[in-house]
Design a protein around this ligand. Sequence first.
Ligand SMILES: [Fe+2]
Length: 413
Amino acid sequence: MSTESIIDRFVSTRERFLTICEPLEVEDYGLQAAEFASPPKWHLAHSSWFFETFLLKPFVVGYEPLEPLYEVLFNSYYNGIGDQHPRGQRGLLSRPSLDEVLAYRAHVDRAMVSLLKAADEHASEESIISRTVLGIEHERQHQELFFTDLKFSLSANPLYPSYVSAPAEQGQALEPLLWTGFEEGLVEIGHSGDGFCFDHELPRHRVFLESFELANRLVSNGEYQAFVDDGAYQRPELWLADGWAAVQENHWTGPLHWVDRDGEALEFTLMGLQPRQAATPVSHVSGYEADAYARWAGARLPREAEWEQVAASHVSDSLLSSVDSHHPRSAVGGDLQQLYGECWQWTQSAYSPYPGFAPSAGAIGEYNGKFMSNQWILRGGSCVTPPSQARPTYRNFFYPRDRWQFSGIRLAR
Ligand SMILES: [Fe+2]
């Protein structure tokens, strides 16, 4: 890769974050409605912190941080770097102000562009380029979290504010749910080739799959409504033990952003409260709800290797239909629909290392490896995932109780 293209990629990714912030009011930048939903201002600062910590401090002789205390304030979870401001108290940081955070971004941007230009002339280029690519992909992940965290925080406001205004909604027709069968066999999963991947997508390795069937599309709101109407949230036999406990503790009665008001079925979206569309994929369900729905429907959740094996053979069609909008949209074309661009798809696979997995040395090795406990894998991508991150080998992971991501259901059996 030429340094010119890495600089372009760096600059356009950094600018995109400012673009997606444009609809915000200044008060929105500090919102944190729960420990897991970081404020927009924190995401803007932390993604800059990543470049400062893993590139500018180690590679730029005499680099002067704008504010040394930002090292603690905007460290997310890197114990190898040092102390961290508590995650649940990010919303208390009225200072630095938004202007100061934007100045911090600009400071980091200037230093990064000079570093990348200088890297062209030195032999140390390779590690600088590969870390910059990681920083860019990290920033894109935080751009997705910006949307999901903001949606959650706005949903805590009884006014149900909109991030953007809604276009006229067209009711869609629901495609029939069809099953595609796959023969048993030895397959290979994991990333291959020259493109970027995170460390936990490696190494590529063999997996034996029994024969299985995968649904051609995601479960819809209307189908999930039938599950709710069948009393599923009162029927322990449909749930995993931990799932049933979560239903009881949290008083769940339906997906996170469903709102029933005055007999009207509504859904909170980034465009405010909208009529719930029966054909739209159900979103913001926990892994437990996805699992219970599958059991109720006489099916199961896919294994991650099954999902990847099928998606890898549909890669060109699916990437064409991936859209970077703020609203779910049908990805039509080919047998298998809605792989990307709608909702992440829960799998039944625990988030664990691939055989031979080796995290990077040093603090940067904390990126993925240390979270391989008690979480589930989700595959695909959502309506707020940057399209460049849509790939068959991408492993997203969340706790099965988590509901604030755009997480939906694809059935297998
Ligand atoms: Fe991060």
